[in-house]
Structures are given as C-alpha cells and as structure tokens.
Design a protein around this ligand. Structure first.
Ligand code: HMG
Ligand code: MG
Length: 308
C-alpha cells in the first residue's frame, strides 16, 4: 500500500541550481565550491542534477569550467544519480561526452527573438544544429532532454502562442528527446496561462513527457506547479535556495526554489525523495560561497528556525 502510494504520488525533481542558478549570478563560483554544492545536493536526495553547460565561455563565463567540474563529478561512481548538462550543438555535445556525461539537454525557444539572442540561431537553425546531437546520441546511447524557453511569454515578443510550443515539442519528441522541459523563462505566468498552454499540449502529448520549469520572478511558480500537477505533470525543475536571477527583471529571484517545491509537494502528499534539512545544508554551503542571501521563503524559515 505504502509503496503503491509512493509510486502514484512520486514527483521527479531536476535540480538546476548548479547550471541555471549559477549561470545567472554575477559571482563566478569556484569549481571546488560548485562540487561541494553538488555533493550536498546528492546528500539531500536529489537524483537528477543539471551540473553545467558546454557553451561558449564568452557568452556564459559562469559555466566556463565545465570540463574541470565534470572531472570532479565523475571522479567516482555515483550510483543512482543522473547528471546532465546543456549542449547547444555538436561541439558542446562532444565536449560533454568526452567529459563523462551520459545525458545532455538541447535548448531552443518558442520565441524567434529569444532564440536568436540566446544561441545566435533561428528556431529552425537550432533544431538543425540539434539533429547532429540526436544522431550521435542514438549511437552513443546518451539520453537527450529538450528545453523550450519562453513558452508563455518572451521578453522581446510578449505573449506566445501555445500552438508554436506544441509544434516544437512534437518535433523534439519525434527525434527521441525523452522529456520536454517547458521553460517559463521570465517568471511572469499565472495558472490560467499555464492551463491554456497545457490544454493545447495535452491534446497530443502525454503529460509523462513534459516537465515544468518555472522561474519565480513574481512569486507565481508554486501556483503554476499546482496547476500543472492538476493536469497530470509529475516532473519539475528547481534550484536550491532559489539561486539565480532573471536578466530581464532586475532584483528578481531565479528558478523556483527547490526548498519551496519540496515543502509544497511533501505537505500536499507527494513524495520527492528529498530531505529538506539536508537541502537547506546544501543551500547554506552555496550561500556562504557566494556571500549572498538566498530568496527561498522555505529556506529562510528553515535556516532561521535552526538558529532560534
Ligand atoms: P556562435 O558564436 O553563433 O557560434 O555561438 P559559431 O558556431 O559561430 O562558432 C563561433 C566560435 O564558437 C567558434 O570558435 C566555435 O568553435 C565556438 P572559433 O573557431 O571562432 O575559435 N563554439 C563553441 N565553443 C564552446 N562551446 C560550444 C561552441 N559552439 C561553437 N558549444 C553558441 C553559438 C550556441 C555556442 C552561443 O550562442 C552560446 O554559447 N550560447 C550560450 C547560450 C546559453 O548558455 N544560454 C543560457 C542557457 S538557456 C536557459 O537558461 C533557458 C533554460 O533555463 C530554460 C528557461 O528558463 O527558459 C534552459
Ligand atoms: Mg531557466
């Protein structure tokens, strides 16, 4: 009975703090501190960790140490933990595989302007660049995840049409991508917009193939998770402490905080496999490495409770 309930209610969390969180922070964290952070995330029970990106250093200097970090991560066997990284093209893919990754993530967007500014390509060109990755990944037996950014709104073009996201989703799934992470990149969405998007997607795509990737700029991320859960989504991305920011909204918090997600899910009767106290330990490690106060309400409440 307990086991059955656990399976039915299990929610997968992909921890993106080391990548999406740190890529948006001004401070460049040392490779050693990133590694300590990752080890503490593992200790907290996180099993899917997006560790870094193999992109141009000139574009994202915070991820410039990807091969060095990978060396530490893969210095020993870590059973049951899946590490992934972003790869925009075959050059990034090869570097990732040579560094030991068995899972990569490709990334494009619903918005043409965002794709151009983010990866210097049109959406069509981005998918063409991925086709080489898909081909190699099939041969190398490497898992590929797919991100679609700006699924609700774009900082340059405004509101996005769900039909465009559906079209890109189907194309990536047809290529063998195992899960599409729906990027609410700027954190402006409200639940009715998430509902409208999922209503279109779920007509043709199983919820088991979709993940929610919410940023928390306006504090709406948990409400959007609740909406997504009610429509069958059981996979979400988050970053410890709410690490990160939003380059399009000064002072905004980053991804939905993993602490807030875990607190919400566990209190609502879902299982995550994550120990909240150990997760707070992980965030404390990164907070002190960065010398910056993290925004997650759950993290603040839990860490203050320890000191009182
Ligand atoms: P480009 O300048 O168009 O590349 O950059 P290019 O193909 O013209 O090549 C120019 C030079 O870059 C060449 O070197 C290439 O070898 C090199 P040169 O011959 O001049 O010495 N190059 C590379 N170097 C390292 N790694 C590579 C690579 N590819 C080519 N992979 C590129 C195109 C995509 C590389 C560039 O635009 C880039 O690095 N962009 C970074 C984008 C990024 O990381 N954005 C953040 C992640 S997306 C995100 O955060 C959203 C998400 O969280 C979901 C959500 O919230 O919405 C996922
Ligand atoms: Mg993101």
């Amino acid at each position: 009975m307990g086991k059955e309930k656990w399976q039915v209610n299990f929610v997968k969390i992909t921890e993106v703090g080391p990548r999406d969180g740190l890529q948006n922070e001004k401070t460049i964290v040392s490779t050693e501190d990133k590694f300590k952070f990752i080890l503490s995330l593992i200790r907290a029970g996180l099993k899917h960790i997006e560790a870094t990106s193999f992109v141009r250093k000139e574009w994202v200097p915070q991820m410039g140490d990807a091969p060095e970090l990978a060396k530490l991560i893969f210095s020993e066997n870590r059973p049951g933990i899946e590490f992934s990284c972003l790869t925009p093209n075959i050059k990034g893919y090869e570097a990732a595989i040579n560094s030991g990754f068995k899972e990569v993530a490709v990334f494009t967007a619903t918005s043409e302007s965002f794709t151009q500014k983010n990866i210097n390509k049109t959406i069509e060109e981005s998918i063409t660049a991925f086709s080489e990755i898909f081909k190699r990944a099939r041969i190398d037996n490497v898992k590929v995840r797919g991100y679609i950014s700006t699924v609700i709104a774009c900082p340059y073009e405004g509101k996005m049409a769900p039909e465009k996201t559906l079209e890109i989703t189907k194309r990536l799934l047809d290529e063998g991508v195992y899960e599409i992470s729906l990027g609410e990149t700027i954190g402006v969405a409200v639940p009715s917009e998430v509902e409208a998007l999922l209503n279109v997607l779920l007509k043709e795509v199983s919820p088991a193939l979709l993940a929610g990737h919410f940023h928390d700029t306006y504090g709406m991320a948990i409400s959007n998770v609740k909406q997504s859960l009610s429509m069958g989504i059981r996979s979400f991305d988050s970053s410890a402490g709410g690490l990160g920011g939003c380059p399009y909204a000064k002072g905004a918090s980053g991804n939905l905080a993993t602490e807030d997600l875990v607190y919400f899910l566990e209190r609502e009767g879902y299982a995550t496999g994550v120990n909240l106290d150990h997760l707070v330990d992980a965030s404390l490690i990164m907070q002190s490495a960065m010398g910056k106060a993290f925004a997650s309400r759950t993290f603040i409440a839990k860490s203050h409770a320890r000191n009182s």
